[in-house]
Design a protein around this ligand. Structure first.
Ligand code: DX5
Ligand code: ZN
Length: 226
């Protein structure tokens, strides 16, 4: 069954598997589902766009096609099109590519859907990238993933400067009449989640705040209900 990004209950929490037990990914996905999550986040790193490597060498090939939750794949890679097409073939529901990587390769935003044949497409930006650079992508994407830490690893501190950036992006979406959800990634905990939601964020990606804690389910609920 096709999973619909725009049918998710909002605000939503997308647990990041980067912080999960890597040898038990199927069980870790089930943990998120049991806690009430409808969406789950896969962080793919190629060791070049960011220094680390994760889920890049087939580690998720077994779990992604049968993932019971909406799969939200975040590509931190130099080759968003090649890697994106591979993940689309595995059945990813949404593929989010970095604006900086697209710009570096001279990829035209209007070609994105054709080049990455996944049901939903997202674009992500690093903390230092001006939000205005999103403008050309707005007609062609379903999701914007605002990084609230420098991409590359979990457990970093939320950058408070991300809040005015979230508000500015939300305004661009609303003023332009675009059907786009706003997601935020990095340093999300009970305190920063509240501020992000108040700034217009629809989807909170959270890794180290959830995984590795026995009260995963109540933490997840707390991110939404305070
Ligand atoms: C960082 C990744 C994040 C990471 C978030 O580059 O994109 O998705 O898992 O981790 P926390 O929630 O621990 O900041
Ligand atoms: Zn991520």
């Amino acid at each position: 069954m096709m999973k619909d990004l725009f049918s998710l209950k909002l605000p939503a929490v997308s647990p990041s598997l980067l912080a999960a037990e890597q040898d038990h990914l199927a069980a870790e996905i089930q943990k998120a589902a049991s806690a009430g999550a409808e969406i789950i986040h896969f962080d793919v790193m190629d060791g070049s766009f960011v220094p680390a490597t994760s889920f890049f060498d087939g580690e998720v090939d077994a779990v992604l096609p049968s993932c019971p939750l909406f799969s939200d794949v975040h590509l931190m890679v130099d080759d968003p099109i090649g890697v994106g097409a591979n993940f689309a073939a595995l059945g990813a529901d949404a593929i989010t590519v970095h604006l900086e990587a697209l710009e570096a390769r001279g990829i035209d935003p209007k070609d994105l859907r054709k080049l990455i044949p996944s049901p939903f497409i997202g674009v992500s930006l690093r903390p230092g990238t001006p939000v205005e650079r999103l403008s050309p992508y707005l007609p062609y994407v379903d999701l914007i993933l605002l990084m609230s830490v420098e991409p590359g690893k979990g457990g970093q501190k939320f950058m408070e400067e991300s809040l005015p950036r979230a508000r500015a992006i939300k305004k661009m979406i609303v003023d332009g009449g675009h059907k786009i959800l706003l997601s935020i990634d990095g340093g999300i905990n009970d305190m920063t989640a509240k501020k992000a939601i108040a700034s217009g964020v629809d989807i909170l990606v959270a890794g180290s705040y959830l995984y590795g804690h026995s009260d995963f389910a109540s933490r997840l609920r707390g991110l939404i209900h305070g």
